[in-house]
Write a protein that binds this ligand. Structure first.
Ligand code: GRF
Length: 211
């Protein structure tokens, strides 16, 4: 009997801005099951700032890292082009924004649109933007959660791949609620990235169909 063909392992570049626990969840899963079974490997980790735990996690894992800071460029467009160029050099199949707190621009999206995945700590389209957890709490929502989606040229408006639900408790403050969301978010991100890497997907308008 012919051996089952092994699908190529997809190359991931992960972008971070903070503690990098979502990145760590990806690293841990790939280390646990192996890149072949997971369907993807992380080939580089990038950030928009230095001295963050997300970069330290990548360095401990022996991965190449890079930093592109907006303030080092004359314009936002130049920063965006530099980020796009650096990410491109690692030849990723997918780029994952795992707590990357910058909106990318035209050049980045022209190269990586349709293969740039973001995770957001709210149930989109509710509570987009930088304060999704705080805004859900302030609104008095009884459930919130996290959304893994493709990035388009809006703020957290791209096609949704998967969502996880978290109940809001009366005693929650922003930090307690965010921690519970992140537990679900890390599992969801690991599951979704692996699934789209292994199975492939199509984006039909707003719908993401995993093959
Ligand atoms: C996540 O909740 C992400 O959705 C939000 O920032 C958090 C990043 O956490 N944008 P970490 O850096 O992966 O620990």
């Amino acid at each position: 009997m012919a051996a089952k063909p092994v699908a190529p392992i997809k190359r991931l570049v992960v972008l971070v801005s903070g503690s990098g626990t979502n990145l760590q969840a990806l690293l841990d899963e790939i280390a646990a099951v192996g890149a072949e079974a997971y369907g993807a490997e992380i080939v580089a980790v990038g950030a928009d700032r230095e001295h963050i735990e997300g970069l330290a996690r990548a360095e401990r894992a022996g991965l190449p890292t890079f930093v592109r800071k907006v303030k080092d460029y004359d314009s936002r467009d130049e920063w965006d082009a530099a980020l796009a160029e650096t990410v491109s050099a690692h030849e990723p199949d997918l780029v994952v924004s795992a707590g990357f707190m910058k909106i990318v621009g035209k050049e980045f999206l022209s190269r990586f649109g349709g293969r740039f995945v973001n995770t957001h700590p709210a149930l989109l389209p509710s509570f987009p933007g930088a304060h999704g957890v705080r805004d859900a709490l302030a609104y008095g929502a009884k459930v919130t959660g996290c959304t893994v989606h493709f990035v388009d040229d809006g703020v957290d408006t791209g096609p949704i791949i998967a969502q996880g639900v978290v109940e809001v408790r009366d005693e929650d403050d922003e930090s307690a609620l965010h921690e519970r969301i992140k537990e679900i978010e890390r599992r969801l991100l690991v599951e979704v990235v692996g699934r789209i890497a292994r199975s492939g997907y199509r984006i039909e308008g707003r719908k993401v169909v995993i093959q």
